[in-house]
Design a protein around this ligand. Structure first.
Ligand code: SF4
Length: 140
């Protein structure tokens, strides 16, 4: 979806239901356990994209936690969707302005294709030797 000139958003929404009120319900599947206070930002961005592309309102958004079947739902307001859009555009602007990309060591290094040439590879190897073998989800 073209958000503005030069900015296109790509994504895949897990599930969209039509509600009885004829608006749409965005559902995102989560593999982990339910959180006490989930971050609604991802759902708001999905809702903003879907509302634009489908030309229909999104009246409900939900995280569905597969581990225990629990559901967390919220009805995004137009102001929240506008805020989500502004947040995406701000992030795009920040990325466009950035000129240095310092390597950010974290759990993602376990799966990184560039670990062999990473400037911090020695530190990563020292920190992650056990973690990478035992449990891929253990922070380095
Ligand atoms: S291995 Fe290096 S480049 Fe890859 S994610 Fe980790 S810090 Fe970033």
């Amino acid at each position: 979806m073209a958000l503005t000139e030069g900015v296109r958003l790509f994504g895949r929404i897990d599930r969209v239901d039509e509600r009885a009120q004829w608006d749409l319900h965005v559902i995102d599947y989560k593999t982990g356990r339910a959180q006490e206070e989930p971050d609604p930002e991802q759902l708001r961005i999905y809702a903003m994209i879907l509302a634009r592309t489908a030309g229909r309102p999104v009246g409900m958004t939900s995280y569905l936690y597969l581990e225990d079947g629990s559901v967390w739902s919220a009805s995004p307001t137009p102001a929240e969707l506008a805020e989500a859009e502004a947040g995406v555009l701000q992030t795009v602007e920040e990325i466009a302005r950035e000129r240095e990309y310092a390597p950010d060591v974290g759990p993602q290094c376990t799966f990184c294709d560039f670990r062999g040439i990473c400037p911090r590879r020695e530190e990563i190897a020292a920190r992650g030797a056990g973690a990478m073998n035992a449990d891929l989800r253990v922070p380095l």
